[in-house]
Design a protein around this ligand. Structure first.
Ligand code: ZN
Length: 284
């Protein structure tokens, strides 16, 4: 009996201990943190910015965009030209024609040059050799558009196409990439000027061979109006023009003139021809 009592008392103590423990846990206020409060989280280091990506290469302009550049005459051979003498540029439009060879013969015999503005539709394979001869002889090829339109009536894309077709044709024949342009009828406004990436060339002396000309009329109009630095408009389309040229060139040489291409005239006079400019009429 005594043992049983002791056991009961022991059990009772144990139970009281258990109960106290439980109640203490239940009722005690939430433990206040001891010691220094846990620091609010220090911000993690500001992330080092990732390297700004290196820009991709700036895109190169598409090759179809024609670039407006000043006319480069650095490769024009002017060693044969005396800059102290008078200069005149002869230009022949609307070729190639049956008269190209004779005009080139006259120029060659006299040791002179000229610029031949090519009309694209006028070209066929039979003219291949004579067009190449223009360049081989030191003369200059120019671009007179493909179909000889009134350029001011066309939109910019069509104007550019008219010029590009002839440029590509002449490059195929000669390897030369760029040619001065003579606008048909001499017609050019701001739209035309900015649609064509090379300088435009008109004239200061019109032989008027296109207007019911004759040998005498061509000779008179050119010889009575000519002065240093002029650009002369003629056409490769007429026999009488070719015959007038045959007479005029030796007479002009005797008068102290040198007959040159437009690019030679610009190079000797140190004049920079610019695209986007009104057509040049003379170079003095
Ligand atoms: Zn023409």
């Amino acid at each position: 009996m005594k043992r049983l009592s002791i056991l009961i008392i022991l059990l009772a103590f144990l139970c009281i201990g258990c109960g106290n423990d439980n109640s203490a846990k239940k009722d005690s206020p939430a433990q206040t943190p001891t010691g220094t409060p846990a620091p609010t989280e220090t911000p993690t280091e500001t992330p080092t910015p990732t390297e700004t990506p290196t820009p991709t290469e700036t895109p190169t302009p598409t090759p179809t965009e024609a670039v407006m550049q000043n006319w480069d005459t650095s490769n024009v051979d002017i060693s044969w030209i005396d800059p102290n003498k008078k200069l005149v540029a002869f230009t022949f439009d609307d070729g190639p024609t049956q008269y190209y060879d004779e005009l080139l013969d006259i120029l060659e015999e006299n040791g002179m040059h000229a610029t031949f503005f090519v009309w694209g539709k006028q070209y066929n394979k039979s003219y291949e050799a004579v067009v190449k001869r223009v360049v081989e002889q030191g003369c200059e090829l120019g671009n007179h558009t493909w179909s000889h339109p009134h350029l001011k009536t066309l939109d910019e894309a069509k104007i550019a196409e008219e010029v590009e077709k002839v440029r590509a044709l002449l490059e195929d024949l000669t390897g030369i990439k760029s040619f001065l342009v003579r606008p048909p009828y001499g017609e050019a406004d701001m739209k035309v000027q900015f649609a064509i990436p090379v300088p435009l060339i008109n004239w200061s002396v019109d032989s008027a061979d296109w207007n019911n000309g004759t040998y005498e009329s061509v000779y008179q109009r050119v010889m009575s109006n000519l002065k240093d630095g002029d650009i002369v408009l003629m056409h490769a389309s007429y026999k009488y023009t070719m015959e007038a040229v045959k007479t005029m060139i030796p007479e002009l040489i005797a008068d102290g003139y040198q007959i040159v291409s437009v690019s030679e005239l610009a190079a000797v006079r140190g004049k920079t021809l610019q695209p986007g400019h009104a057509p040049y009429t003379s170079i003095r």
